[in-house]
Ligand binder design. Structure first.
Ligand code: FES
Length: 127
């Protein structure tokens, strides 16, 4: 699965919105370093978080068990499975939030905003 990723901090710094339909177009044009924006491949046995780590990135996490939401990502395109989730509400899942620590791609392409734990909508979940 091919993943295009973007750090939420960039969105905050630049005054962008996660709901901007051209978010990834803007990111592609912004000449951002690999840690902030780019593409990576997820192998079939990797969770999204593991794939990022195995490519040398340090995406946030804590429990690795679906209970803290530190690893949360916002799904702009594609689908991630969620075998363990005891922290995100149904409304938050419907809105597009997933846990990268146990999120396995269900589509060939994904677009995700990672590091969204400080997004106001998720802030109340922070432990
Ligand atoms: Fe805690 Fe993913 S690291 S829910």
């Amino acid at each position: 699965t091919r993943v295009e990723y973007l750090d939420y901090e960039v969105i905050v710094d630049r005054g962008w919105s996660i709901d901007d339909e051209d978010l990834f177009g803007k990111a592609a044009d912004a000449d951002l370093p690999d840690v902030d924006y780019g593409r990576l491949l997820v192998e079939p046995d990797e969770s999204l978080l593991e794939a990022a780590e195995n490519r040398g990135f340090a995406w946030p996490f804590s429990c690795r068990g679906g209970a803290c939401a530190n690893c949360a990502v916002y799904l702009v395109e594609g689908e991630l499975s969620q075998p363990a989730n005891i922290i995100l509400s149904e409304a938050q899942s419907d809105r597009g939030f997933r846990l990268s620590c146990n999120g396995y791609p269900l589509s060939d392409e994904l677009r995700v905003v990672f590091n969204v734990k400080h997004l106001p909508e998720l802030d109340e979940l922070r432990l």
